[in-house]
Design a protein. Structure first.
Length: 222
C-alpha cells in the first residue's frame, strides 16, 4: 500500500467512525424456524460489511454468510419452513453449528471494528429488533462471551424506509428506492441482507446529499 492509499484508508476509517458516533453499522439478515427467538431455530445468517468511500458515501463491501444447524434446544414450525423454503435436514446445505457460525461472523466484525476505530458494532436490519433478538438468544444459548454488537441499539431500515419512501415492506421500499428486488430470490439471508444494505446506504447517502450530515472537518453542513 502506497502513501496515498494509506492516507485514504486512515481518513475513511476515521470518517466511518465519526458518522455513527463511534458505532460500526453491520447489515444483518437471518432466516429462522419461527418467530420465537428463544425457542425457534436460527437457520441462516448473513452479514454485509459497510465502508465509506473518499467522498464520504456509505458503500457495501463483502458479505459473510452461513447456513446453520438448528440448535438442539430449538425447533422449527412447518409453516415457517414452507415460507422460507429451507430444509434443515438437507445435507447439501453445508451448515455450521450455531456457535461456530456466529463466532466466525463476530471475528470478522471485530476486525472491522479495529480497522475503523469504532467502539461497538450495531445491527442494521429490516425490522431490526427481530434479528437482534434472535442473535442475542443464540449468544445466550451458546455462551458466547465476546459479542461485538450492541445488545439493544440497532438501525431499523423499515423505520428509515417509512420516513424516506413511505414504505415499510422491504420489497416495496426497494421498489420505491429503485433498487432491483426479486420476490423469487427473497427470504434468503444473503439476498435480503444485500438488498437491505443497498437500501440503508442509499438513505444515509441521500441524507448527506441534502446537507444533513456534518462535513469531514466536523462542522455542521448548514
Amino acid at each position: 500500500m502506497g502513501d496515498m492509499e494509506a492516507l485514504l484508508a486512515e481518513q475513511t476509517a476515521t470518517l466511518l467512525c465519526a458518522r455513527f458516533r463511534g458505532f460500526l453499522p453491520v447489515v444483518i439478515d437471518i432466516e429462522t424456524g419461527g418467530f420465537d427467538a428463544r425457542n425457534h431455530a436460527l437457520l441462516e445468517i448473513a452479514a454485509v460489511m459497510l465502508d465509506m468511500d473518499d467522498s464520504g458515501k456509505l458503500i457495501r463491501t463483502d458479505t459473510i454468510a452461513h447456513n446453520i444447524v438448528p440448535h438442539r434446544n430449538t425447533h422449527c414450525d412447518d409453516s415457517a419452513l414452507a415460507f422460507t423454503g429451507i430444509d434443515p435436514t438437507d445435507p447439501t446445505r453445508e451448515a455450521l453449528g450455531e456457535a461456530e457460525a456466529l463466532q466466525h461472523i463476530f471475528q470478522v466484525v471485530r476486525q472491522r471494528l479495529r480497522h475503523h476505530e469504532c467502539t461497538r458494532a450495531v445491527v442494521v436490519a429490516h425490522n431490526a429488533h427481530f434479528d437482534l433478538g434472535f442473535i442475542n438468544a443464540a449468544i445466550e444459548r451458546s455462551s458466547i462471551k465476546r459479542n461485538p454488537f450492541h445488545q439493544f441499539s440497532c438501525f431499523d431500515t423499515a423505520t428509515l424506509s417509512g420516513l424516506a419512501f413511505g414504505q415499510t415492506v422491504l420489497a416495496k421500499a426497494c421498489s420505491a428506492a429503485q433498487i432491483p428486488f426479486s420476490p423469487d430470490l427473497a427470504h434468503n439471508a444473503v439476498y435480503d441482507a444485500e438488498r437491505t444494505a443497498e437500501l440503508f446506504c442509499l438513505i444515509v447517502n441521500r441524507w448527506k446529499d441534502l446537507g444533513g450530515w456534518p462535513d469531514f472537518d466536523g462542522r455542521g453542513a448548514g
